[in-house]
Design a protein around this ligand. Structure first.
Ligand code: SAH
Ligand code: SF4
Ligand code: F3S
Length: 429
């Protein structure tokens, strides 16, 4: 008789690292004869992979858990596990009426066993866990690959070091093996992940060195990495990027604030001047650098004039894209203990002003592409017809006409739709 498969459904919130972790969870479950289904109704096991970085992210996950109440009432045998960052910093979730167990980020190896045994409670973690031997097989043209776990930086507002523990770097051979298998499966664009990826270090191999080794793999057409910290950009990083044609000229470098005293209170370890120096060097060495950033407004103690400094920095640096957030208190962090909190309404107002300024910069920068020619790798189908491509800086370009996914073409940009350049193919490379 055929063995019954355990059906699971997984829903993921949060950053790319969490998405990668969901792929690790899938790989671990598939090994144990589980089968993925696409709705919670079909599932014997429901996993909600959560994010704790801001209150809003937590509310979404809790909303999702609440929405499972009627399902659990009709099908009480369904097992619900909260996995990911909230499983670590919200142990109280175990009392939520639909929740059977909590699985924090470094406990996934025991997830299948725990779920099948229908055990409730909190799965213990292995703080040295790296999942190095667990390779993901998304069989997609673009994929992520996490090369470190955790973070040691303790920015005063941030919950990540508490939910994900201290930094661990994966052995280089292991990273190369996984990347090669992904390439064999058809992957052409790879994004290396780490909370603070420049801190990668394994027995003499630092980040520029592992970047070089991955870039040299045959068949890899685009290589990106996230997230860089302005405190520790290696001296040779930009020259290594420039020397490898398939490494995109893309840098995600969170500024967080344009005011030095706020940066100090955030425990970021650099000044605006340091940041500007890094950008100058990167723009000098890398053609058409695509620069993105993260900014927090309304950090405790941020005065109107401090916020204005952030606006001025944004106008001066001209980021291609910014991820902008209102400060959110995270229990257990140092910033949560600071007294001079900014009023919610003021935070929202500042965020709106910042978004407005950044949006117009983003549009202006995109519109400068009109008439330009560039190399574009096709990575997928566009929603409204045509194809999605990425240029040598990782910028998204929409292509009209027939093009093969995974191939590179010379494309001429003939118009801009909002912030997205649209182009026609001239020839295949
Ligand atoms: N390791 C990355 C990402 C951390 S989380 C990094 O260091 O940049 C992603 C972003 O969320 C951060 O860069 C920060 O801008 C934002 N963030 C983190 N904690 C926050 C908080 N308590 N309130 C508001 N935004 C926050
Ligand atoms: Fe959080 Fe700072 Fe670490 Fe990024 S570098 S994960 S913001 S503590
Ligand atoms: Fe990522 Fe959110 Fe955790 S940003 S590391 S899933 S707190």
């Amino acid at each position: 008789m055929e063995k019954l498969e355990n059906k699971f459904y997984i829903r993921t919130y949060g950053c790319q690292m969490n998405k990668y972790d969901s792929d690790i969870i899938k790989a671990l479950l598939l090994k144990e004869n589980f089968k993925e289904v696409s709705t919670p109704e079909e599932a014997d096991y429901i996993f909600i992979n959560t994010c704790a970085v801001r209150e809003h992210a937590e509310k979404r996950a809790i909303g999702r858990l609440n929405s499972l109440k009627s399902l659990k009432k009709n099908k009480p045998e369904t097992i619900v596990g909260v996995v990911g960052c909230m499983a670590k910093n919200h142990p109280d979730l175990i009392h939520h009426s639909v929740v059977d167990f909590l699985a924090p980020p470094d406990s996934y190896r025991n997830l299948a066993k725990w779920a099948i045994a229908k055990k409730s409670g909190y799965i213990p973690e292995d703080k040295n866990e790296q999942y190095s031997d667990i390779f993901i097989y998304p069989n997609k043209i673009s994929s992520y690959l996490s090369i470190t776990r955790g973070c040691n930086y303790f920015c005063s507002y941030c919950i990540v070091p508490y939910t994900r523990g201290l930094i661990r770097s994966r052995p280089p051979n292991n990273i190369l093996e996984e990347a090669e298998e992904l390439i064999d499966g058809g992957m052409r664009e790879l994004t290396l992940l780490g909370q603070n990826i420049n801190a990668y270090y394994y027995k003499g191999v630092d980040f520029p060195e592992i970047l070089k080794r991955v870039a040299n793999l045959k068949g890899l057409k685009r290589l990106n990495f996230l997230t860089s910290h302005p405190k520790d950009i290696p001296d040779n990083l930009f020259s290594v990027m420039a020397e490898h044609n398939n490494v995109t000229n893309y840098l995600h470098l969170p500024l967080q604030s344009g005011k030095d005293s706020i940066l100090t209170r955030m425990n970021r370890g650099y000044t605006l001047k340091d940041y500007l120096r890094i950008i100058d060097k990167a723009r000098h060495l890398l053609d058409d650098l695509y620069l993105s950033t993260d900014i927090i407004v309304g950090f405790p103690g941020e005065k109107e004039e401090d916020f204005e400094e952030t606006l001025r920095a944004v106008e001066r640096i001209r980021f291609d894209q910014s991820y902008m957030f209102a400060y959110s208190d995270r229990k257990g962090t140092l910033a949560a203990l600071l007294k001079d909190k900014v009023d919610e309404r003021i935070k929202k107002h500042r965020l709106r002003r910042l978004i407005e300024i950044q949006n117009s910069i983003t549009m202006e920068k995109a519109s400068a592409f009109k008439g330009k020619k560039m190399e574009v790798l096709i990575v997928g189908e566009a929603k409204k017809g045509g194809k999605i491509g990425k240029n040598r800086s990782g910028r998204i370009i929409i292509i009209n006409g027939v093009a093969k996914i995974g191939s590179i073409y010379i494309v001429k940009i003939n118009r801009i739709n909002g912030r997205v350049p649209i182009g026609e193919i001239e020839k295949e490379v």
